[in-house]
Design a protein around this ligand. Structure first.
Ligand SMILES: Nc1ncnc2c1ncn2[C@@H]1O[C@H](COP(=O)(O)OP(=O)(O)OP(=O)(O)O)[C@@H](O)[C@H]1O
Ligand SMILES: [Mg+2]
Length: 237
C-alpha cells in the first residue's frame, strides 16, 4: 500500500496538534501505520538547535518534509503538525512528497491569543519573544489547501470528520465501515433472502472481522484473509 502525508499548517494554538492527534488515532483504528511528526517534538531532536529566522524555519520544514517523504514511500501515513508559516516551504514539501494533503487549520489570531495553550502569545505580546508567528512574524495562508478546518466555528470532531471525508473521497482511504447504518428495509430484505439464522451469522462474521481490524493493525496476510472472508460474504467486491 502507498502511504500519504497529511500536512497540517496554521497559527500557534490554532489546533494542529489536537486535530493531528485525533486523525492519527482514527487512522490507527483503521489498521494503518501512522507516524505523527509534531513540530514541538521534532524541534527537540531532528531539528534541535534551529531557531525561528526564515532560514531556520525553512530548514526545519525541509527536514520534516524529508522524513515524511521517506515514510510515505514506505507505505506509512505521515502526519505533520508544525506551524510551517511559509508557503514556498510547504509547496516544496508537496512537490517532494507527491501524495500530499494540506490541511489549513484556520483560526482568527484573536481566538488563538485567547487560547494561548503554551502561554507564548502573552510573552510575545509583552515583547519577551521575538519572531513569534502571528504577533511579530508572518504567517502565509495556503492558497489552495485540500481542506480548510475553521477551528473557531467547528468542533474538533467535525474537523476530523471533514478531513477523513476528504481522504476517503480522494481515494487515500477506503470508505469507513464503522458507524454504517443499514436501513431497516435492507435488513428485512436480507433476512428474507438469507433466513434469520444466516443473517445473524453473516452480520456477526462481518462485525467480528471489523472488530479485529479495529483492535490491532493487520498484517498483509491477515488483511487478505479478512478481505477474502468479506468478499465471500458479499460485503466487498
Ligand atoms: N475545533 C477545534 N479544533 C482543534 N482544537 C480546538 C478546537 N476548538 C478548540 N480547540 C482547542 O484549541 C487548542 C489548540 O491547541 P493545539 O496545541 O492543538 O494547537 P497547535 O496548533 O498545535 O499550536 P502550536 O503551534 O503552538 O503547537 C486546544 O486547547 C484545543 O482543545
Ligand atoms: Mg502543536
Amino acid at each position: 500500500m502507498e502511504g500519504f502525508t497529511v500536512w497540517f499548517t496554521g497559527l500557534p494554538s490554532s489546533g494542529k496538534s489536537t486535530l493531528a492527534g485525533l486523525l492519527s488515532d482514527a487512522l490507527r483504528r483503521r489498521g494503518l501505520a501512522v507516524e505523527l511528526l509534531d513540530g514541538d517534538e521534532v524541534r527537540t531532536v531532528l531539528t534541535r538547535g534551529l531557531g525561528f529566522s526564515r532560514e531556520d524555519r525553512d530548514e526545519n520544514i525541509r527536514r520534516i518534509a524529508w522524513v515524511a517523504k521517506v515514510l510515505t514511500r514506505n507505505g506509512v501515513v505521515a502526519i505533520t503538525a508544525a506551524i510551517s508559516p511559509y508557503r514556498a516551504a510547504r509547496d516544496h514539501a508537496r512537490q517532494a512528497i507527491g501524495r500530499f494533503v494540506e490541511v489549513y487549520v484556520a483560526c482568527p489570531v484573536e481566538v488563538c491569543i485567547q487560547r494561548d495553550v503554551k502561554g507564548l502569545y502573552a510573552r510575545a505580546l509583552r515583547g519577551e519573544i521575538e519572531q513569534f508567528t502571528g504577533v511579530s512574524d508572518p504567517y502565509e495562508e495556503p492558497l489552495q489547501p485540500e481542506v480548510v478546518v475553521r477551528t473557531d466555528v467547528e468542533s474538533p470532531e467535525e474537523g476530523l470528520q471533514r478531513i477523513v471525508g476528504h481522504l476517503e473521497r480522494g481515494g487515500f482511504l477506503a470508505p469507513g465501515m464503522t458507524n454504517v447504518r443499514v436501513p431497516t428495509y435492507l435488513v428485512e430484505q436480507l433476512r428474507r433472502v438469507w433466513g434469520d439464522g444466516a443473517f445473524e451469522a453473516r452480520l456477526g462474521e462481518a462485525l467480528a472481522a471489523q472488530a479485529a481490524a479495529v483492535e490491532e493493525p493487520l498484517h498483509e496476510a491477515e488483511r487478505e484473509e479478512v478481505l477474502a472472508r468479506l468478499r465471500s460474504l458479499g460485503y466487498v467486491d
